[in-house]
Every structure is written in structure tokens, then in C-alpha cells.
Design a protein around this ligand. Structure first.
Ligand SMILES: C[S@@+](CC[C@H](N)C(=O)[O-])C[C@H]1O[C@@H](n2cnc3c(N)ncnc32)[C@H](O)[C@@H]1O
Length: 230
């Protein structure tokens, strides 16, 4: 690991707003934040621009950025600390372990921002809008919670539309080109590291906002017998 990465890893070890693979936090987020405000998750948060950006706007809500890479989380955590934000935290862990950290109904909203699209069909099960993950989200979300996806991948966008149609999800917003349609306003105007890169390459940005159905998410046969996400 490079020297810079090492320093960032060392730093987040001392940051009070970063939890790394925490134990016994499930059901106790209100103790952590010292309030009962609703919790939004930013999954695959990278540098955490959404957690910080939304956290600035909504001080009556709590935000948790989740990513496996500590050196990326460092950037958002450092900004949140510097600004004295009490409502923004970061967790370093695998998204597949979500149910170890949150109880049913502990999460109010999810943002998934430029996740890896896993274009090869053999890796489709790793897409964060695959039924395996929707199944997982259903176990931590309040009913009718909103899940938001922003992506530059037409393949992931189409895959997500197919999956949510199959599962009977409710679509709130479906924007095929947020900049072309003049919709990059409000929360959608927040730009992440990856979004800036994609925009510089002239890529189109897609957005879907949806809720899970009341009925349980149906897992494809070959996943049904095992843990939803390994
Ligand atoms: C393409 S980057 C996007 C980062 C950020 N959202 C942005 O827009 O700049 C995808 C991120 O997902 C994280 N990631 C991928 N799979 C993950 C998993 N299973 N659990 C936690 N983080 C994951 C990676 O570490 C990486 O930071």
C-alpha cells in the first residue's frame, strides 16, 4: 500500500465519525447519533460527497456513507469533521453485510451513486440493484422507503429498470439524461468524484428513484437456498 493510502487508513482509525466493521451497532444508531432522526445510507460512497452534501442541507436527518475502501472514506469523513457535522458518519464494511449493522426499519432511504456496473453477465449478481441486494435492503428499510440510483452505465440503468419491473417496485422518477433534461437540481446537483470523471468524458448520467414492493423480494432460484448476499 502506498504511503498516502497508509496515512489515510491511520487517520480514519482515530476519526470519531468512522466505524470500521463495527460490532454491536445494530439497533443502536440513535445512541451513536444521540437522536432519533431518520437515517439515509449512501452505498458505495467512495469519498462520500452525497453524505456530506445531503448532511449539510438536512441537519434534521442522519447520513451514513458505506464503502469497503478506507482511503476513499477518509475524504468525506475529514470534511464532515472539519465542518463539525454531527449528522454524518462513515462505515467501512462490505455492503453485503448490511443486515449485521441495521435492524428492520432502521433505515429510511438509500442512495447508490455510480456503483461498479459489473458489465460481465457472470458478475451481474454483484450489481447493487440485483434482486440479491434488493432483498437485503428490504430487511433494513422502513416500508415505502426510497432507493435512488445515479449511474453513467446504460447497462446498469436498463438492468435496474428490468429488475424493479420484475419485482413490482414503484418508480418515482426515471430520468434517462439528467443534464440533457435540465434535472440536475437539488440533490441531483451533487457531483461525486466518479460523476465528474464521467462528465468530463461526455457520458450520459441516468437516475432512477423507486420503492420496494410490500411483498418480499423474490430471489432467483439459484440464490434462494443460500444467504441472499455472500
Ligand atoms: C465506482 S466507485 C464510486 C464511488 C462514489 N460513489 C463516486 O461516485 O465517486 C464504486 C465504489 O464502490 C465501492 N464498493 C464496491 N463494492 C463494494 C461493496 N461490496 N461494499 C462496499 N463498497 C463497495 C468501491 O470501493 C468504490 O469506492
Amino acid at each position: 500500500m502506498g504511503q498516502k493510502k497508509l496515512l489515510k487508513f491511520e487517520a480514519i482509525g482515530n476519526y470519531p465519525n468512522v466505524l470500521q466493521y463495527p460490532e454491536n451497532i445494530k439497533g443502536k444508531w440513535s445512541d451513536f447519533f444521540k437522536n432519533n432522526h431518520p437515517i439515509t445510507l449512501e452505498l458505495a460512497c467512495g469519498k462520500g460527497e452525497y453524505s456530506v452534501g445531503l448532511g449539510r442541507e438536512h441537519t434534521d436527518r442522519n447520513f451514513i456513507g458505506i464503502d469497503i475502501k478506507g482511503n476513499r472514506i477518509y475524504t468525506g469523513a475529514k470534511t464532515a469533521l472539519a465542518e463539525g457535522m454531527q449528522n454524518v458518519a462513515f462505515m467501512r464494511t462490505h455492503i453485503g453485510k448490511l443486515t449485521e449493522y441495521f435492524e428492520q426499519g432502521e433505515v429510511k432511504e438509500i442512495w447508490i451513486i455510480f456503483p461498479d456496473p459489473f458489465l460481465r453477465e457472470s458478475r451481474a449478481k454483484n450489481r447493487l440493484t440485483h434482486a440479491r441486494f434488493l432483498y437485503l435492503y428490504q430487511q433494513v428499510l422502513v416500508p415505502n422507503a426510497t432507493i435512488n440510483l445515479k449511474t453513467d452505465s446504460k447497462e446498469l440503468y436498463d438492468f435496474t429498470l428490468e429488475t424493479i419491473a420484475e419485482q413490482g417496485c414503484h418508480i418515482h422518477q426515471n430520468i434517462a439524461d439528467i443534464y440533457g433534461k435540465g434535472k440536475a437540481t437539488g440533490a441531483l446537483s451533487i457531483q461525486t468524484f466518479y460523476e465528474k470523471m464521467h462528465l468530463a468524458e461526455g457520458r450520459t448520467i441516468y437516475f432512477i428513484s423507486f420503492s420496494l414492493p410490500d411483498k418480499p423480494i423474490t430471489l432467483p432460484e439459484r440464490f434462494a437456498k443460500h444467504e441472499a448476499v455472500d
